[in-house]
Design a protein around this ligand. Structure first.
Ligand code: G3H
Ligand code: ZN
Length: 277
C-alpha cells in the first residue's frame, strides 16, 4: 500500500536499518522496484526527480502512474519528489499525493538555502508533507564530480533548527551519477553528523558506493539511501543484451521487460545490503 516516507524512515533510524530510495524514470522502473521490494519483504521509497518530470513534460501522468503502482504494492511504498528546485513543483506533487519532497537549494549560499527551504517547509508541513533538504553540495549532476565536499556537523544542526526540515542530505564522500562503485565514504563524519543532527540522514549519489561501504554507512547512522544511476546501468545492460541476442526483436515489451526483471533482482539484493528488511 501507499504510505508516508516518514512512516518508513522514522522507525528505520531507531532500528539502525537503511531505507532504499530508488529513482523512477519509466513506469517499468516503478514496477521493478516494487517487485524487488516485495521479494525482499521490505518497504521502499519510489522517487521522481524534477529532471525526470522535465523529461516527461509534466508531473501528473508519470506521478499518477507511480502512485498507482505504490497503492497496489504488497509492501509499504512511499512516493517522493527528488531534487526539486521549484517550489511550484513541490506543491503540485504534494497536491497529487506525494508524501514527501526533497527541496534542493544546495546550490544557493547558506542564508538563501535556509530562507527558501524554511518557506517550503512551512507550506509542506501545513499540508502534512515531509521535507528533505541538502546542505553541503553533493556534486556530479553537472558532470563535475566533487567527492571532497563535506557537510559540517555544527552547521547541519543549525540548518535543521533554522528550517524545520524532516531529513537532511549530507556530503560525506559521494558524487552523483558515478558509473563505478568505488567512492570512499567518510564514516567518522557520518557518525559525527548522526550525533549532531536530530533528523534522519540521507545519502545521495549512492550509485558510486560499493556494497561494503553501503552497509557500513548504515552502521554509522545513515538512513535513506538514494540510488538512481546504478539501476539505470542494470536496466540498460539487460536491454542491450536482449537487443544484441535477437536482431529481429521489435516488441518493446521484450527488451524493456528484460530491463525490468534485471532491476527487480538488483533492488532485492540492494535492500539486503542496506539492511532495509
Ligand atoms: O537523488 C538521487 C540520488 O542522489 C541518485 O544518485 O544517480 O548517483 O545514484 P545516483
Ligand atoms: Zn541526489
Amino acid at each position: 500500500p501507499l504510505t508516508g516516507t516518514g512512516a518508513i524512515v522514522t522507525p528505520a533510524v531507531s532500528a539502525a536499518r537503511g531505507v532504499g530510495a530508488f529513482n523512477v524514470i519509466q513506469l517499468e522502473h516503478a514496477q521493478a522496484i516494487v517487485a524487488g521490494a516485495e521479494a525482499a519483504g521490505s518497504p521502499v521509497v519510489l522517487q521522481l526527480s524534477e529532471n525526470a518530470v522535465r523529461y516527461h513534460g509534466a508531473l501528473a501522468p508519470v506521478g499518477s502512474a507511480v502512485l498507482a503502482v505504490a497503492r497496489a504494492a504488497e509492501v509499504p511504498v512511499a512516493v517522493h519528489l527528488d531534487h526539486a528546485t521549484r517550489p511550484e513543483l513541490v506543491y503540485e506533487a504534494v497536491e497529487l499525493g506525494f508524501s514527501s519532497v526533497m527541496f534542493d537549494a544546495s546550490a544557493l549560499d547558506y542564508e538563501e538555502n535556509v530562507r527558501t527551504t524554511a518557506e517550503v517547509v512551512a507550506h509542506c508541513h501545513a499540508a502534512g508533507a515531509w521535507v528533505e533538504a541538502e546542505l553541503g553540495k553533493v556534486g556530479g549532476k553537472d558532470g563535475v564530480h566533487a567527492p571532497g565536499v563535506r557537510t559540517d556537523p555544527g552547521e547541519a544542526a543549525a540548518f535543521v533548527t533554522a528550517t524545520g526540515v524532516d531529513a537532511l542530505a549530507v556530503a560525506v564522500g559521494t558524487s552523483h551519477a558515478m558509473l563505478t562503485r568505488d567512492a570512499a565514504l567518510d564514516f567518522e563524519l557520518i557518525a559525527a553528523l548522526r550525533k549532531a543532527v536530530p533528523v534522519p540522514l540521507v545519502l545521495h549519489g549512492s550509485s558510486g558506493v560499493g556494497d561494503e561501504h553501503l552497509s557500513r554507512a548504515i552502521e554509522h547512522g545513515m538512513t535513506k539511501v538514494n540510488i538512481a544511476t546504478h539501476l539505470n546501468k542494470v536496466f540498460t545492460t539487460a536491454v542491450r543484451r536482449a537487443l544484441a541476442e535477437n536482431a529481429e526483436l521489435v516488441d518493446t515489451r521484450r527488451y524493456l521487460g528484460a530491463g525490468r526483471t534485471a532491476v527487480a533482482g538488483e533492488v532485492t539484493r540492494l535492500l539486503g545490503v542496506l539492511k532495509a528488511v
